[in-house]
Write a protein that binds this ligand. Structure first.
Ligand SMILES: Nc1ncnc2c1ncn2[C@@H]1O[C@H](COP(=O)(O)OP(=O)(O)OP(=O)(O)O)[C@@H](O)[C@H]1O
Ligand SMILES: [Mg+2]
Length: 1011
């Protein structure tokens, strides 16, 4: 409802913003006029003057707002002075020809206010960003700009760098394989350009891996403009950034073991489904007369069970196939007949009602497994389970631990120790079964829903994901949750070893850390609600400099993909004959290739881009507006490069943009349309669709469109109507909403981790920054002492000799203070704790006297950091597992998210306990020199030799540097002191009472778990 109003009144809303800006624009232009009489040096001196003014002011924010008109005027005047100057940008010579337009000044103000400026393609967003970046850099903190790829980061920083440099600001740019000293240097500049993943990984390395202050590269998270913000916060945000390395212990992979059985299962189901489709088709293709004759013949023979409605039976067979093999080729072919499609849709909605639960159940139970295409889920049926394990179908049923345990508790034939053992075994079994069920379900998804060369490609024995938005492969990225391993098993390539997560963050949460975030893009309006809900970012639509005269034609719909491509080729040929350039957008590499083959056959010269080589592609796209050019590009290819029209093209109607499929999201379609008609140029766009397209197939069933197509539509025929555009858009809206709620859900899960990460990184950074970390260490020891004294019965239920004995053993095992049991009697808990910590401090002083202080400082920091890292990394892996399996507990009316929060919270308390304990263990057992070898920071370029095992960054980059710590604690085979078993239950240490509770409830700690 709210978003409805937002949209409804958005026009007025923007107008208000524009009205506010107008007087400022006038003021800026006046000032700029005055500045024209200054010398270059005088203009440059303005920068220092502004800086001094901001520095002198107590309220920096207000100071920046106040300086805005002058600062913007200075930047605009700088641009004017550069006009005509030859500049180098990415090894190309250019002539500077830009002076900020008024709408660009307005865009700059929106960005300064932390809004998203929607400005159409070609409006010059690159130049717009110079205004707020210059202004905010005056505060003396790092102002940043995020671009979609490395090439654009370099291009824009070099291009705009000429302007910043002229005004006396420094600018830097982060590139993928830059070594860390250089990165740090880049972050010290006034303005830094880079990609979201480089910034995010630097953050993770700084906070999760670096062990010394000198190894941290980022300055702060002050102001950041995200270019193409929709593609970064919406499209890219699906995969989190992860730094991971090989897991210390290798777990057995169930995938290879299960594969042969799943192969058979899948083949049997396919055979069954093919048979069903065949039967259904034979039946459906009969004429009513034939059907009647056959029935009569049967009656004459006196057959017992004559099907009263064979068509219905046939349709049900199809429904069964759709449930068991939604991508079955024959089924898809049959669905091209509108009449049958309609019948199937009807049967499907009939089955969805409660009324027919039983019938639907029977239909499912004849299959071996069922696939839910919308929910992306796969499940074994009863007979599927028997098929896999004829000897023991129950092997795939989750044991009911709760009942088992409560019965066991009542049982008196076992000793408590035996019971513990039985419970432990049962828990292990539970873990094994759930892992196996999970693996099977992922294998079934891999077989049924993931198609080679569509969702992924196999190259050099590796499964590479194909990005659905850009069509490019994403080396290094992996599907999570075992799906990737499942696809590897399916394709018979080596299954990659399980990894351990060292550090992780979602792109969303990374960007939420900035004090001020802003964004720009050509297409944000459709996602305005999401930006508002999740990031508190408002979208303002900035008017174009010149009116847009683009013509958007209605979509043309064809029956089959083949017809569609044929029409696309005809359209391109026609444009090409006239000399009009055409840009063809595709949604996948596969369709780019199909089109390219067809064009070749038709003798049309063209270029294909797949968003693989950013720089070359930028250069090709630059020429896409020349006379007679034909360019095929997946969505992202060459984005951010503007297409200038060649000579005589304007008269031919400008660039012709052809879409070959509607994307799930309207935004991506708008992006494609926006590639033409920049700065008042003419242009034309048109989309070609077919009933076989994914979007139409899944989401148009039963709507207006299918009614319209009913009956009349023949092969080769073209359908076009504005009503159709509308229903396609509403289908897109549906998918957008579904994707939004998925992203929101994922974020809710991640929020839990985010709070915990803040706590941990806070302590970790405290240790890194401290000259001596012994205060942190003693604090932790004090807590541990208090906990243990309490557990031994002090200050509460009363002690026992055994409890005291075990406490003494523990103390003497950890601290060289020679404690005797009789020293513990006759004191209360507080004075005991005080005494003990004093004695430990004295013992430490002896050690201190013998060692050089800097070395000790390093050792202390290292004790804290290594304790945190070791347990935090285990914790991350544990939470990942938890998340993987929490869905399985969906039954019992429990919300998995709530369950997850609770368990994540108790894991976190445990983590804090473990860290504390580890610190106690390490203080006197660690010597100087222990941390030297692994203490080296992880240089992203692998310049220093990494300690084994080297972690890698999963996500775009391969990162061969060493994790600072992980190996130290795990690979040196240290023994643990066996501790007397004490149950420790304490609340999480180190969370301030007013801090948000780490359980993720959103409440303050004191009002939640800290209460
Ligand atoms: N004030 C200006 N005067 C003249 N030319 C300009 C001005 N601003 C931008 N341009 C030119 O407009 C073109 C497009 O600029 P730019 O690539 O920054 O656009 P964009 O809005 O980022 O587009 P996209 O959405 O494709 O990224 C460039 O060639 C640039 O030189
Ligand atoms: Mg751009």
């Amino acid at each position: 409802m709210i978003s409805f109003f937002l949209k409804k009144f958005s026009g007025r809303h923007y107008r208000k913003f524009l009205d506010q800006c107008r007087p400022l624009v006038v003021r800026i232009n006046e000032l700029e006029q005055q500045y024209q009489s200054l010398t270059d040096d005088q203009l440059r001196a303005k920068t220092d003057e502004f800086r001094a003014r901001v520095a002198a002011s107590a309220d920096k924010r207000a100071a920046l707002n106040e300086i805005l008109p002058e600062a913007f005027a200075a930047v605009k005047n700088g641009a004017r002075r550069l006009v005509g100057r030859k500049i180098m940008v990415c090894e190309h010579e250019l002539t500077w020809d830009m002076v900020h337009f008024d709408v660009q000044l307005i865009g700059g103000m929106a960005l300064h206010q932390g809004k998203i400026a929607e400005m159409a393609t070609g409006e010059g967003k690159t130049l717009v960003a110079t205004l707020p970046l210059y202004l905010n850099a005056l505060a003396g903190r790092n102002a940043q700009l995020v671009t979609v790829n490395d090439y654009l980061a370099r291009r824009d920083s070099e291009w705009m760098g000429h302007l910043y440099g002229f005004l006396g600001l420094t600018v830097g740019c982060i590139q993928q394989l830059m070594p860390s000293q250089q990165r740090r240097e880049m972050y010290t500049r006034d303005i830094t350009y880079g990609t979201a993943s480089e910034f995010g990984f630097d953050y993770l390395r700084d906070n999760g891996l670096a062990t010394r202050k000198e190894d941290q590269v980022q300055r702060d998270h002050f102001y950041c403009i995200v270019d193409e913000i929709d593609s970064i916060l919406v499209d890219e945000a699906r995969t989190p950034l992860i730094i991971s390395g090989p897991a210390p212990i290798e777990r057995e992979q169930p995938f290879t073991r299960l594969k042969p059985a799943i192969d058979r299962l899948f083949a049997d189901q396919m055979r069954f489904c093919n048979k069903l489709v065949g039967e259904a088709r034979t039946e459906l293709e009969k004429t009513p007369e034939v059907r009647k004759q056959e029935a009569d013949a049967l009656k004459k023979q006196g057959a017992a069970d004559i099907d009263p409605d064979p068509v219905r039976t046939a349709i049900f067979k199809l429904l069964q196939v759709k449930t068991g093999a939604p991508k079955n080729k024959l089924l898809l072919r049959l669905m091209e007949t509108p009449e049958w499609r309609k019948l199937l849709d009807k049967a499907e909605s009939e089955m969805a009602s409660d009324f027919n639960k039983e019938a639907f159940y029977r239909l499912k139970e004849e299959l071996l497994f069922i696939i839910d295409e919308r929910q992306q889920q796969a499940d074994l049926t009863e007979i599927g389970r028997k098929h896999l394990r004829p000897d023991n179908p129950d092997a795939f049923v989750m044991p009911d631990l709760a009942t088992e345990f409560s019965e066991l508790d009542k049982d008196t034939t076992y000793t408590p120790e035996q019971k513990e053992e039985i419970k432990l075994k049962a828990q292990q079994r539970y873990g094994d079964v759930s892992e196996e069920i999970h693996a099977i379900s992922q294998l079934l998804r891999a077989y049924s829903l993931y198609e080679r060369d569509v969702e992924y490609v196999v190259q050099d024995g590796k499964v590479l994901i194909v990005d659905e938005n850009t069509g490019r492969t994403m080396p290094g990225r992996r599907w999570s949750d075992g799906l990737h391993q499942a696809v590897e098993a399916k394709e018979n390539v080596a299954i990659e070893r399980e990894t351990r997560t060292y550090a992780t963050i979602t792109i969303q949460n990374y960007f939420r850390m900035y004090e001020k975030l802003a964004g720009m893009t050509g297409t944000a309006e459709t996602e305005a609600t999401e930006f508002h809900d999740i990031y508190k970012l408002d979208v303002v639509v900035i008017p174009t400099n010149k009116p847009c005269i683009r013509i958007d034609r209605n979509d043309s719909i064809f029956k089959t993909r083949r017809d569609k491509y044929a029409a696309v080729v005809r359209e391109i040929e026609a444009a090409n004959k006239r000399g009009q350039p055409a840009l063809v957008g595709t949604v996948s590499v596969e369709s780019s290739e199909v089109l390219s083959r067809m064009l070749k056959r038709a003798g049309v010269i063209h270029t294909v881009l797949n968003a693989k080589y950013h720089q070359q592609e930028a250069e090709i796209v630059m020429r896409a507006g020349l006379r007679g050019a034909v360019t095929i590009a997946t969505n992202m290819a060459g984005r951010g490069t503007d297409i200038k029209l060649g000579e005589g093209v304007r008269e031919l109607g400008g660039l012709c943009v052809v879409g070959t499929e509607r994307h799930e999201s309207r935004r991506i379609d708008r992006q494609l349309r926006g590639r033409c008609s920049r700065q008042g140029d003419p242009g034309l766009t048109k989309f070609f669709l077919s009933l076989e397209d994914e979007l139409l197939r899944i989401f148009l069933s039963g709507g207006t469109a299918s009614r319209m197509m009913e009956g009349t539509m023949k092969e080769g025929e073209e359908l076009e109507h504005w009503l159709l555009n509308r229903s396609i858009e509403s289908a897109q809206k549906k998918v957008e909403q579904q994707n939004f709620s998925q992203r929101k859900r994922a974020l809710q899960y991640d929020d839990v981790l985010n709070l915990q990460r803040e706590v941990i990184y806070g302590i970790r950074n405290g240790a890194i920054a401290a000259e001596r970390a012994k205060d942190i260490i003693f604090e932790q020891i004090e807590e541990e002492l208090a906990t243990r004294l309490e557990a031994a019965g002090y200050g509460g239920k009363g002690t026992s000799p055994a409890a005291i004995e075990s406490f003494v053993v523990w103390i003497n095992g950890h601290f060289p203070i020679g404690l005797k049991a009789e020293e513990l009697t006759g004191h209360d808990i507080d004075s005991l704790a005080k005494q003990l910590i004093e004695r430990i401090k004295q013992a430490y002083a002896v050690k201190e006297a013998a060692e050089p202080p800097e070395a000790l400082g390093m050792l202390e920091r290292y004790i804290v950091i290594s304790a945190i890292d070791r347990h935090w990394q285990e914790h991350l892996t544990e939470l990942e597992d938890l998340r993987k399996h929490i869905g399985l507990r969906g039954y019992g009316q429990k919300d998995p998210l709530v369950e997850y929060k609770n368990e994540a919270y108790s894991c976190f308390s445990e983590l804090m306990d473990n860290v504390r304990l580890q610190i106690c263990t390490d203080l006197f057992r660690r010597r100087i020199g222990w941390m030297q070898a692994p203490a080296a920071p992880p240089p992203p370029n692998g310049a220093a030799l990494p300690p084994p095992p080297a972690p890698t960054v999963t996500s775009r980059v391969t990162f061969s540097g060493g994790a600072a710590e992980a190996p130290a604690s795990s690979s040196q085979g240290e023994k643990e002191i066996k501790l007397p078993s004490v149950t420790i239950r304490r609340d999480v240490a180190k969370v301030g009472r007013n801090d948000p509770c780490p359980c993720g409830s959103g409440k303050k700690y004191k009002q939640c778990h800290g209460a």
